[in-house]
Ligand binder design. Structure first.
Ligand SMILES: NC(=O)c1ccc[n+]([C@@H]2O[C@H](COP(=O)([O-])OP(=O)(O)OC[C@H]3O[C@@H](n4cnc5c(N)ncnc54)[C@H](OP(=O)(O)O)[C@@H]3O)[C@@H](O)[C@H]2O)c1
Length: 470
């Protein structure tokens, strides 16, 4: 059955086409959709700890045991999925993957993808196997199909490495349980096929929806690369609103709308997205830091999270408190200003005024308002600054959100609704110009997740294009 599926996978071009194949597979579907996300608070709580890998591994076992009374296949795969969280940021733009080796019903090795260019989960888990232990006859649980290509990248250099599928065969693994196939065009079922060709049993699809939810940025990115679309960055919007749908009080204040536990979730979102963007209004009104402050965020290399200010007329650079707001935002992350193409002279003058020479290149006149907004995300300079990024989180304000939704470039919405009423005429989301589409065909989103954070309600939506997540 699996072999037929693999042939099917090699002939299809869209990731969503995998679905009928996966659901026809002989997998155990005793999976609870809310598994990882409702457990997210637990996952976060132990990611917070500056813990060693050994500590992390024992927490992983404990967490999985909380969900599964007995050591089933799902239990081991759940561990692999939790392990994958360990380096969700650092592994980007590679996928974060977890791996568990099980022999005679006991976990003998655990690992996760190391930072970009480092060891894949299968090898890292092997490094953690006690030296006396042979893996001959053991089973492997991996949250993503093992790779079948002979290289990876480190600091822009190609490094020749044995593919993980070959590695697992050399270890003598008897069965490989895979949550989802790798949508990357270099793999796409090739890893599973190699294992099958070597006589290793393979099961595909165990806890597949949890794995899809974990890897949504990666899946969409590889799907777009496969389709050859120039814009391959995933865009998510995040905002906090009142019960009456307002993003700010009439005074313009908005930063206190949601509760502290929702704010932790906001930190998590910043952590998992590769970049953060806000509009000029938000930069001026809110003096946002856009930083990763929570302990689980500072654990790993976070300098990669880029900060982008969308400011068509570069009015923030003329703002009298610019330096104060900029210093508040400046840490070791790169900050960029994006504005209109036809304002490049003005932008150069303003950049000269506000920045020392080495920082001036961060002001980019690349947006052409006469072109559809999606062209911005296909612009060569935009692609250059986001070349290692799969995703961008736009944190407001409402006018920028409105523009992006109107241009139909938004993949995910993360909305926190707090139980308060703000009133006032303005700041309703989305506000701003009339959306450029008729009411018969508005951009449509489907609810994919909701959760309470204290008194707040988190609701998350995916664009209806993305059937994989629905
Ligand atoms: N509750 C929340 O989660 C949340 C989050 C963020 C912000 N906020 C609140 O939102 C407010 C600020 O939001 P905002 O909507 O005023 O500003 P904004 O969204 O931060 O900034 C909008 C930017 O987009 C540009 N823009 C928007 N529509 C455009 C169009 N059709 N053509 C060209 N440029 C366009 C604006 O250009 P111009 O410079 O030309 O105007 C401006 O630079 C603040 O009160 C803040 O506290 C709330």
């Amino acid at each position: 059955v699996v072999s037929e599926q693999v042939k099917g996978f090699q002939n299809i071009s869209h990731y969503s086409d995998y679905q009928p194949l996966l659901s026809s597979s002989r997998i155990c579907e005793r999976w609870d959709e809310q598994f990882l996300l409702s457990g997210l608070a637990d996952v976060l709580s132990f990611l917070c700890e500056e813990s060693s890998d050994a500590n992390f591994f024992s927490m992983t076992k404990k967490l999985a045991a909380d969900y599964f009374a007995v050591a089933t296949k799902e239990y081991f795969m759940a561990m692999a999925l939790i392990l994958a969280h360990r380096n969700i940021q650092g592994s980007s733009p590679n996928p974060c993957v977890g791996c568990v080796y099980v022999k005679e019903g006991k976990v003998v090795g655990m690992g996760y993808t190391q930072s970009y260019g480092g060891l894949h989960a299968e090898r890292h888990a092997y490094e953690n196997v006690s030296s006396a232990q042979s893996l001959c006859g053991a089973e492997a649980y991996v949250s993503l199909e093992p790779c079948c290509h002979h290289y990876s990248w480190k600091s822009g250099q190609k490094i020749t490495r044995e593919p993980c599928a070959v590695f697992l065969h050399r270890l003598g693994i008897s069965k490989v349980n895979v949550a989802i196939l790798d949508p990357d065009q270099q793999v796409s079922g090739g890893g599973v096929q190699h294992l099958l060709d070597c006589g290793i049993a393979v099961q595909v699809g165990l806890l597949k929806q949890s794995a899809q939810r974990l890897l949504w940025r990666y899946i969409l990115h590889r799907k777009r690369v496969k389709q050859g679309t120039k814009r391959n960055i995933t865009i998510g919007l995040k905002w906090a609103q009142s019960l009456d749908g307002r993003l700010a009080a009439p005074s313009g204040q908005s930063q206190w709308i949601s509760s502290p536990s929702s704010l932790i979730y906001s930190q998590w979102l910043r952590y998992v997205y590769d970049g953060v963007m806000v509009g000029a209004g938000t930069f001026i009104n809110d003096r946002p830091a856009l930083s990763l402050r929570h302990p689980f965020c500072v654990r790993k290399s976070v300098a990669k999270v880029k900060k982008i200010i969308f400011d068509p007329q570069f009015r923030t650079l003329r703002f009298d408190k610019f330096q104060d707001h900029y210093r508040h935002m400046k840490d070791n992350a790169e900050v960029y200003w994006i504005g209109r193409k036809d304002m490049s002279e003005e932008a150069t003058k303003l950049a000269r005024m506000q920045f020392p020479s080495e920082e001036r290149h961060c002001v980019m006149s690349i947006w052409d308002p006469d072109q559809p907004l999606q062209h911005l995300f296909e612009n060569d300079r935009f692609l250059q600054i986001t070349s290692k990024s799969m995703s961008l989180l736009v944190e407001g304000g409402p006018r920028l959100h409105n523009m992006l939704i109107g241009a139909d470039v938004v993949d995910f919405l993360h909305i926190v609704t707090a139980p308060l009423w703000l009133g006032g005429k303005h700041e309703v989301c989305p506000s701003g110009p009339v959306l450029p589409h008729d009411l018969d065909h508005p951009p449509y989103y489907s609810l994919i997740h909701h959760q309470r954070f204290g008194q707040d309600l988190l609701s998350e939506y995916a664009h209806t294009h993305h059937k994989t997540f629905l």
